[in-house]
Each structure stands twice: as structure tokens, then as C-alpha cells.
Design a protein around this ligand. Structure first.
Ligand code: BTN
Length: 321
């Protein structure tokens, strides 16, 4: 286990000598060195300069599990964890569901095998963005979750548009955009599907600080809240997102998607624009209208409205670069 006091000390991005760190932690310099080695082994970027000491490459605000636990309604959540490094927070939830039921949420500062939609990799550098997944049980099996991905997007949209000076929009079925660049994504996975019940793993990645080097490994234009002038803290955002998700998911479980359709359409970043819908074996071009009460997307093709289900489809602007 990595020493949290060590990490919290280094989080200021300033140099700390081995001696000071040893004193602070009450351990020898050799033990400090071992701890620093562990951080490096976990892929947490460190600088060490002779005569000055050690520092994290960047100052970071680490997620604080105690703050989140005390600020949220923990009656609703059986477990809330913040891992420093994990493979994928969706996997954390999957493992939890193997021996638990109910609701849990796992955050991570870094993912080594972050997953995106359609088998893509989700770039997850240490403490720069938000990566988290929750388990939420629903009644009525798969039928009870129609439109779920859209309401998750809406819950996130409500928070981000409050914190982001630039206009945030939604892209069907569940991307969050700013000026057509990706600000966040959602990956839903079903678990334990039965006729009258199912658990959904809701994985969320929100870009806070997308650097040039990250962009090179991402297949589409991406942006972060910092790049858009938002200064909100990571814990503040994580809490606001959880509160919004709690309220939207509770409501959705009661009412289904229909009452959310108008708000989703108002947030639709592609409304009235020419789009291409890429289906598994064909492509449709038309004008994006919005969603109906089931969350199906309406595209007007040669003057005729056609409706599409979210599945293995991908929506693009007709003239995207
Ligand atoms: C997308 O492709 O748009 C969906 C991206 C979802 C990424 C998040 S990050 C937290 C959670 N864990 C994962 O492995 N994926 C999701």
C-alpha cells in the first residue's frame, strides 16, 4: 500500500527532500525511497532532482473518499472507494457485484485499462481527469433501462453546464461535448440481467485537463474543463456529479425516460444539424431532430423522419474533419 500522507504531501507539486519526507512520515530515508519507488511502479509520474528532493510532476488535487462519504447520502450507497490505480473502474464494480448487491461507486486516480465505447481505450492519466463507475439496480430487466444512457448524460450535463463557461452540449446517445469536442463519455454495461431485474454498471469519464500528448492518443477531438476556463476542484465536481446522478437515477427508476425528453432535446448539441449515422452495415445521412419519449433518435432523411435505437451505432456531423 502506498502511504497516503506521502502522496498528500507530494500533491502540492513542490520539491520535498527525502529527509523531510522521512520525518513527516516517521520512517527512514530508505523506507521513503521504497515508497517513492512504489509510486513510480504504479505509473505515477515523479521528478527527483539531486539536492532538491522529490516531487510529483504536477500539483494535483487528489480525490478524498472521506469528504465524498461524509457529503453524500450514504444510506443509498453500500460502498464508496477511491483507488489510486486500477485497471478499470467498471471492472471494480463488476468484481464488487460478484459478491454484493445494491449500489456502490468506485473512483480511480488512474486506469491502466480504461474502456471506452465500441472497444476503444479510454486514456486515463493520473489525477488529471475524473474516472468513476457506479452500480445501480433496476426493476423490469432490460426493458426498465430504455433511455438510461441519455439520462446519465443529462445528469452530467446539468452539472457541467453550471461549471463550464463554454456551452456544453449532449451528443446522442451519451457523449458530452463542448464546441463539438469531447468533454466526457459514458460506458454502460449490464450485469445480472433477469426478466424482472438487472444491475447496470455506469462508467463515467470526464476530461478535466487534456494535454497535447493525450490528444495524440485519442481518436477524436477532445477537450477538458480546464481548457474551457473551468476552475472547479476535482472533489467539488465529483460530489456535484454524484448528487446529480443520485437524483436523476432515482427519478428515472420511477418514471422512465419520457419526462426527461424535452430537457434532453434542449441540450442536444447536434439539433438541426446535418449528421451521418453509422450503423453496423450501412450509413444514413440527414438532419438531426432530437429524441422521442423512448429516447430514440429522430433523423429526417429526404424529408422523412426515421427513428433509431442506441446500440452499436455512431453519430457524426456530416462535415466533421
Ligand atoms: C466513451 O467511449 O465515450 C465512454 C468512455 C467511458 C470511460 C469511463 S472512465 C470510468 C469508467 N471505467 C472505464 O473503463 N470506462 C469508464
Amino acid at each position: 500500500m502506498v502511504n497516503r500522507i506521502l502522496l498528500n504531501t507530494l500533491a502540492d507539486g513542490e520539491f520535498h527532500s527525502g529527509e523531510d519526507l522521512g520525518e513527516k512520515l516517521g520512517i527512514s530515508r530508505a523506507a521513503v525511497w521504497k515508497q517513492l519507488q512504489k509510486l513510480e511502479d504504479m505509473g505515477i509520474p515523479l521528478n527527483s532532482v539531486k539536492g532538491r528532493g522529490y516531487r510529483l510532476q504536477d500539483a494535483v488535487e487528489l480525490l478524498d473518499a472521506d469528504f465524498l462519504r461524509t457529503s453524500l447520502d450514504m444510506q443509498l450507497w453500500q460502498q464508496l472507494e477511491v483507488d489510486l490505480v486500477t485497471d478499470s473502474t467498471n471492472e471494480n464494480v463488476q468484481r464488487w457485484l460478484a459478491s454484493h448487491s445494491g449500489r456502490c461507486v468506485f473512483f480511480a486516480e488512474k486506469q491502466t485499462a480504461g474502456r471506452g465505447r465500441r472497444g476503444r481505450h479510454w486514456v486515463s492519466p493520473f489525477a488529471r481527469n475524473l474516472y468513476f463507475s457506479l452500480a445501480w439496480p433496476f426493476e423490469n430487466g432490460v426493458a426498465g433501462v430504455q433511455g438510461l444512457s441519455l439520462v446519465v448524460g443529462l445528469a452530467i450535463y446539468r452539472v457541467l453546464q453550471q461549471h463550464c463557461p463554454a456551452p456544453v452540449g449532449l451528443k446522442w446517445p451519451n457523449d458530452i461535448l463542448v464546441n463539438d469536442a469531447k468533454l466526457g463519455g459514458i460506458l454502460l454495461e449490464l450485469n445480472g440481467v433477469m426478466l424482472d431485474a438487472c444491475n447496470v454498471i455506469i462508467g463515467i469519464g470526464i476530461n478535466l485537463d487534456i494535454r497535447h500528448a493525450d490528444q495524440e492518443t485519442i481518436s477524436q477531438p477532445a477537450t477538458g474543463l480546464r481548457q474551457q476556463g473551468c476552475q472547479a476542484g476535482r472533489n467539488e465536481l465529483a460530489l456535484a456529479l454524484m448528487q446529480s446522478l443520485q437524483s436523476v437515477l432515482t427519478e428515472f427508476a420511477r418514471t422512465g425516460f419520457a419526462p426527461f425528453a424535452a430537457e434532453w432535446n434542449a441540450a442536444n448539441g447536434f439539433r438541426g444539424r446535418e449528421v451521418r449515422l453509422i450503423l453496423p452495415s450501412s450509413e444514413i445521412s440527414g438532419i438531426c431532430q432530437g429524441v422521442n419519449e423512448k429516447g430514440e433518435l429522430c433523423i429526417v432523411v429526404n424529408g422523412v423522419a426515421q427513428y433509431f435505437n442506441a446500440g452499436e451505432v455512431s453519430l457524426r456531423l456530416a462535415h466533421a474533419s
